[in-house]
Write a protein that binds this ligand. Structure first.
Ligand code: NZQ
Ligand code: ZN
Length: 387
């Protein structure tokens, strides 16, 4: 196990009706807030009205900026930064999923910065400061409610890039599983894939003697495997929704990565897909994982065999661990298929004519991944394997 420092100060407020605490929580950071949200699901569900009421009761004035799209765009971020400066806004409330939260984070780091906010995403410039950010989470998926990451798409060139800093963790996240009852099956499914992906990116590591975090990862994956089919059948099953919602945070709040080095190639490979084809991030991941695994499993057959046995209950074949490893990969693919989502590029209607461009963009800052280092040629082959 490697040495590590772990600190995650996001306050989690979890359970039924917790959105009514929003005003009280955000008022700790000032009385004027940017209320940031997406394309309208919060108005349809009635959540918007409850949030406005809670802010009013706490004496908080809200300046609104809705319209965040999945795979959030830089242009709206710039609009948000201007709006905050114009109104002297000192804190942000993000009501929605990863896209809204990431957009809010981008605005929050852009306001105190004198340069162009894209610097943080394109050059890896260090984030020193972010406006205090509160979250009301409506979809368990990206884990942005307590992560230090933000992923933004620059429409100019279709670059989807991330900024990361411990200074970008939200101050609090309000998580009421009931708010996720309205999720369409597709969003539930691709959200589950993203949650599992955040675990798997950390699971496939070259660091030895990480049994404790291996087992935390396996428990999180098993929780997803059990509960996702339940909520697809019963969207308003509170208990199963609650398991998934908490798993989404734990999967990406950095606890599972303590003492180990994660891989993250599959995320890099996927971001090129969602940047160009605007597919949901989890939808892209469901396609890229089986392909990545098939390309790299020989690097550590034992770890893949462990994944197969402990996560997917594959019977170990001690004389042929490669067979066990491959059965694990097939189990993962079968599970994603059972959620009703495509696991190939062809199935998702994505053509093969831009693989070279995507592989080039994905590796422009150097090889991808830590478990296996992937050069441009490797990434291109992985796209082909996903066809
Ligand atoms: O926009 P509205 O109308 O709200 O609809 C949204 C959106 O269309 C809808 N939705 C959300 N909650 C709902 C709901 N519909 C009905 N009922 C509800 N309760 O779901 C759609 C998808 O929302 P989005 O926020 O895009 O989903 P997600 O949370 O999966 O976020 C995806 C983004 O997060 C990034 C991804 O790349 C992608 O851009 N990621 C961010 C990370 C981070 N910051 O740490 C890490 C991840 O790996 C990921 O890359
Ligand atoms: Zn992700």
């Amino acid at each position: 196990m490697l040495d590590f420092v772990f600190s995650n100060a996001t306050k989690i407020i979890f359970g039924r009706g917790t959105e009514m605490k929003t005003g009280q929580e955000i008022s700790r950071y000032g009385k004027k807030v940017l209320l940031h949200y997406g394309g309208g699901s919060i108005k349809k569900s009635g959540l918007y009205d409850r949030i406005v009421e809670s802010l009013r009761k706490a004496g908080v004035e809200a300046i609104e900026l809705g319209g965040v799209m999945p795979n959030p765009r830089l242009s709206l971020v710039r609009e948000g930064i201007e709006l905050c400066r114009k109104h002297g806004i000192g804190s942000i409330l993000a009501v929605g999923g990863g896209s809204v939260i990431d957009s809010a984070k981008a605005i929050g780091i852009g306001v105190p910065y004198t340069g162009d906010v894209w610097d943080f995403y394109s050059t890896g410039r260090k984030v020193e400061e972010m406006l205090p950010l509160g979250v009301v989470l409506t979809i368990p998926a990206a884990g942005s409610e307590s992560s230090g990451g933000s992923v933004i798409t620059n429409e100019d060139g279709l670059y989807k890039r991330s900024a990361n800093s411990v200074n970008m963790r939200p101050k609090f996240a309000i998580m009421n599983p009931e708010l996720t009852f309205t999720l369409p099956p597709y969003q539930t499914a691709v959200g589950a894939v993203d949650i599992m992906s955040h675990v798997m990116e950390r699971y496939f590591t070259n660091v030895k003697n990480v049994d404790f975090t291996d087992r935390l990862c396996e428990a999180t994956l098993k929780t997803m495997i059990v509960n996702t089919p339940i909520v697809l059948k019963e969207p308003d099953n509170y208990e199963a929704r609650a398991e998934i919602m908490w798993a989404s945070t734990i999967a990406h709040n950095d606890l599972l990565g303590t003492g180990r080095i994660g891989d993250w190639a599959t995320h890099g490979i996927e971001h090129e897909l969602s940047a160009i084809y605007d597919i949901a991030h989890g939808g892209g991941l469901a396609i890229m994982w089986p392909a990545w695994m098939k390309y790299v499993y020989k690097h550590d057959i034992e770890r893949f065999a462990q994944f197969a046995c402990r996560v997917w209950n594959v019977e170990p074949d001690f004389r042929n661990p490669e067979k066990t490893a491959l059965e694990g990969i097939e189990s993962l693919k079968g599970f994603f298929l059972s959620l009703g989502i495509p696991v190939t590029l062809t199935g998702a209607g994505i053509p093969s004519d831009r693989f070279e461009e995507m592989a080039r963009k994905a590796t422009e800052k150097g090889p991808l991944g830590n478990f296996v280092r992937l050069k441009k040629e490797d990434v291109e082959k992985i796209y082909r394997l996903a066809l």
